[in-house]
Design a binder for this molecule. Sequence first.
Ligand code: ATP
Ligand SMILES: Cc1cn([C@H]2C[C@H](O)[C@@H](COP(=O)(O)O)O2)c(=O)[nH]c1=O
Length: 216
Amino acid sequence: MSGIFISFEGPDGAGKTTALKKLMPLLQKRTDKEVILSREPGGSPISEKIRKIILEKENEEMDARTEALLYAAARRQHLIDVILPTLKQDKVMLSDRFVDSSIAYQGGGREIGTKEVAEINNFAIEGHFPDLTVYFDITPDIGLSRIKKDHEGQMDRLEKAAFSFHERVYDSYQEIVKDNPDRIKTVNANQSPEQVVKDVLDIIVKRFPKTFAKGE
Ligand SMILES: Nc1ncnc2c1ncn2[C@@H]1O[C@H](COP(=O)(O)OP(=O)(O)OP(=O)(O)O)[C@@H](O)[C@H]1O
Ligand SMILES: Cc1cn([C@H]2C[C@H](O)[C@@H](COP(=O)(O)O)O2)c(=O)[nH]c1=O
């Protein structure tokens, strides 16, 4: 596998999607490798169908373990349909969320347990961890207030969960970051969108200087 796999993580409203849209062309300018952007849950036709089931507000009664299995199933299909083919073609794969989201949201937030959730995800991803993960650090009060300001009426099932759930997600992410210092690098997401993009770009270029050397 010769491509580069980078995931982006963080609590709801951290600004990943906003930053990734701006980051994509900046990265593409610096490399001859094709840069592909995808997201989880989703990113391929079957996984997008699973995403709909997971996030629909009507599915309030969904059991926590069912939710964890659905995220892992969507991830497996995304891996097979998009991530592995992209890496085999020597491209750069950017994924807006990956396995750490399940550990933080289902393991921590839903209190299933990080070990249990890691186990079903190990089955799904068969060791294909990202080469680099950029964690967008934002406290749940700030992240959720951004979302409420932007689209309160259209908040999905996860975004609408209790504040204590989002606090557990945040705490769980802090643990994951602490436990994976080589793979995960943190960006302060409570800065201007421009500064966030600059910081993320710096991290990626520093980690893969040869790949992103064009135009230096
Ligand atoms: N640096 C920033 N400062 C202030 N507001 C921001 C910043 N970045 C993004 N936003 C706003 O915050 C909201 C959430 O941003 P975005 O959708 O990019 O976050 P996200 O990390 O993808 O969230 P989620 O995972 O919940 O979808 C949007 O309204 C966006 O305009
Ligand atoms: C991959 C993944 C995601 N989640 C949560 C995180 C968000 O609340 C939603 C996804 O929405 P986004 O706007 O596309 O970020 O799902 C999760 O709980 N577990 C996961 O594995």
